[in-house]
Design a protein around this ligand. Sequence first.
Ligand code: NAD
Ligand code: UDP
Ligand code: UDP
Length: 319
Amino acid sequence: MNPMAKRVLVTGGAGFLGSHLCERLVEQGHEVLCLDNYFTGRRANIAHLLQKPNFEVIRHDVTLPIYLEVDEIYNLACPASPIHYQYDPVQTTKTSVHAVINMLGLAKRTGARIFQASTSEIYGDPEIHPQVEEYWGNVNPIGPRSCYDEGKRCAETLFFDYHRQHGVEIKVGRIFNTYGPRMHPMDGRVISNFIVQALHGEPITVFGNGEQTRSFCYVDDLVEAFIRLMATDAEVTGPINLGNPGEFTMLELARKVIALTGSKSELTFKPLPADDPKRRCPDITKAKTHLGWEPRVPLDQGLAKTVEYFEFLLRKGVI
Ligand code: NAD
Ligand code: UDP
Ligand code: UDP
C-alpha cells in the first residue's frame, strides 16, 4: 500500500475521463471511490477495476446530497457532449449547480481538496486566439449549448466563492477536446463519429465546410495533468487550461482517420450546428509553468490507439 494513500472521490468515475482517472489513482494505491449515476457512463468502463481491493463504486446522482469522508474530490460528473447535455438541459444545469454545491459542501465539511472538470466551452465562440485563462469568453446565455456552457461558468463561480468565503482548497482545470479509448461511441463527438463511420465504410459527416478547428488532447496526457494540478501548492487554484495546442481543421482530421483506418469512406457535408465555435486552441503557458506539464502524445499516435479501441468494439458487435 502507498504510505501516501488518500481517500479519493471521483464523481463521473464510470465515464470516459473518469474511468481513466480511477484507473491511474488505483494504480497509485489510493482508496478510490467512484460515484456515478450511469447517465452516460458505463459499467464496462470500470469492469477491470471492480476486483481491486482499493476501488469501490457508488451509484448516486450528485445533484442530491451525499455524506462521505474523503481527502480529495475530482468532480467530473456532467454529460459532456451536445447530444447528451441537450437531452435534458435542466438536469445538465442542475449537475453543474446543485451537484457542484453538494461537492463543495462536502469539501467544506471534510477539508478535502476539490478539482473541477471545467471546460473550454467557458470561452464560447472565442474572439481571441489562442484562448488564455484571462479571457472572459463569448457565450450565448440562451442558446441550446447554454445549459452546459453557463452551467460550467456558474460552477467556476461557486468554486471561487467557496474558496474565498469558506477557504475550500480548489483546483479548476479548463479541459479542451479530449479523445481516446472508452469515448462513448454514440455521443456525436467528431473523433468517435469519424472513426465509427470510417470503420463501417459509411460517409464521413463534416459539419459546415470543415474549416473550423479544434485541438485534441489524448486522454493519458490529460489525466496526468489532473493529478499534477491536484498536487500543486494550495495557492494554485486555476483556472488552468488543459489541452493540446496542436490545432487541426475537421477536414484534416477526416483525412487522418481515413488514412489510419484504410477506409473507402467519402466525405459528406452537413449544416454546422448552432453556436458551433469556429476556432479553438488552448494557450497552455500556465499549465507548463505551474504543473511542468505539456501533452506528449501526437494526434496520429493517439488516433491509432483510439481506432484500435473502436475496432475492438466492432469485433464485439457493440458498434
Ligand atoms: P462522460 O459523459 O463520459 O462522463 C461523465 C460521467 O458523469 C458519466 O459517467 C455520467 O454517467 C456521469 N454523470 C452525469 N451526471 C451525473 C450525475 N448527476 N450524478 C452522477 N453522475 C453523473 O464525459 P467525459 O468526457 O468523461 O467528461 C467528464 C467531465 O469532463 C465532464 O464534467 C465534462 O464536462 C468535462 N469535459 C470533458 C471534455 C472532453 O473532451 N471529454 C472536455 C471538456 C470538459
Ligand atoms: N452537502 C453534502 N455532503 C456533505 C456536506 C454538504 O452533500 O458532506 C451538501 C448539503 O446538502 C448542502 C450543500 O452540500 O446543502 C452545501 O453545503 P454548505 O455547507 O455549503 O451549505 P449549507 O448546508 O449551509 O446550506
Ligand atoms: N463535427 C463534424 N462532424 C461530426 C461531429 C462534429 O464535423 O460528425 C464538428 C463539429 O461541428 C465541431 C467539431 O467537429 O465543429 C468538434 O465537435 P465535437 O462535438 O467533437 O466538439 P465541440 O464542438 O464540443 O468542441
